[in-house]
Design a binder for this molecule. Structure first.
Ligand code: GLU
Length: 304
């Protein structure tokens, strides 16, 4: 299969969708991203890499960082992690407060903001500077030693972070945040503000396609069973409250972010990173969903 020709062809196919959606505008640093950009990169386990469009342009990975943080923390914390965060879809927006109260401060899953904050708190227990640990992991896997968080975006996240602060304080009142809330928030905001290109993101996500081991560096990040668990949670919870639609149309574990990025995993085969900043009403990249839908439909490569 000529994957390079295929992704270029799909890129042409989705041109009619270029004007749909809106760039995230909850912080000025994201609202100013030029909307008409599209990048796509694929890395296969047998060493092929393919890319098209703006695949080398760094973008804010936002909630995609939650997938890496989950993996990093699950490896350190093991099953104990699941006492602090659930693994069920929430059916509510990513920053919702409502469920937390009637579920006693235990967030539904690691990919809503409350869940990611709880995971960050557990990560701090093991690594102290969990953000630095995540950065060095990503630097190793991408081969980009200069990779870092965008401080302007992190500052903007902090300045507009009242809801995340509310979630963290609320969980602390239930005893489900151990560390100082300011520290947890700061590390969470910095993780969201990491910038990667599609090419780099596809490389960094490869371990999820390879049962927890990076084929690039030989590092084992997760046990075989934990890699299955992370992929499963990505499938059921990774795309906000559109996980059902993604499962239906794409049929892969996917994690999205409001920067417009999507990381998709085909277990045993490859990882794919797509980025385009304009989002649909549920916070997922419009072009990203269209591209992945066509890719799995035309190749037959989905988990179903
Ligand atoms: N930094 C964003 C927030 O916490 C992440 C949003 C996202 O990508 O889902 O609100």
């Amino acid at each position: 299969m000529d994957l390079q020709a295929l992704i270029k062809d799909i890129r042409q196919d989705i041109l009619p969708f270029y004007d749909q959606g809106r760039v995230a505008d909850y912080i000025p640093a994201l609202a100013s991203v030029p909307p008409h950009q599209f990048g796509w990169a694929i890395h296969t386990l047998d060493g092929q890499s393919h890319a098209c469009g703006d695949a080398d342009t760094p973008f804010s990975i936002q909630s995609i960082s939650k997938a890496f943080m989950l993996a990093m923390t699950l490896q350190a914390d093991g099953e104990a992690l699941w006492r602090h965060v659930g693994k069920e879809p929430s059916g509510n927006p990513f920053n919702s407060l409502v469920q937390l109260e009637y579920e006693h401060g235990i967030p539904r899953n690691p990919f809503i903001n409350a869940g990611a904050l709880a995971v960050t708190d557990r990560a701090i227990r093991h690594f102290s500077d969990a953000h630095a640990r995540l950065l060095s992991w990503l630097r190793l896997e991408t081969g980009n030693a200069a990779l870092s968080a965008n401080e302007a975006i992190a500052a903007s996240e902090r300045a507009h972070g009242d809801r995340n602060a509310a979630l963290a304080h609320f969980m602390k009142s239930y005893g489900n945040i151990e560390h100082e809330v300011g520290n947890v928030l700061d590390q969470y905001f910095h993780n969201c503000s990491i910038e990667l290109s599609c090419r780099e993101l596809a490389r960094a996500g490869l371990f999820l396609a390879n049962h927890g081991v990076s084929p690039l560096t030989g590092q084992r990040y997760l046990s075989r069973s934990q890699a299955k668990q992370v992929n499963a949670v990505m499938l059921t919870c990774g795309t906000y409250d559109a996980a059902g639609e993604f499962a239906y149309r794409v049929g892969l574990p996917v994690k999205s972010g409001v920067g417009g990025g999507l990381l998709a995993v085909i277990p045993g085969k490859m990882s794919l990173a797509v980025w385009s900043p304009q989002l649909d009403s549920r916070g997922n990249s419009v072009l990203g969903l269209e591209a992945l839908d066509r890719f799995t439909t035309r190749t037959g490569l989905s988990i179903f």
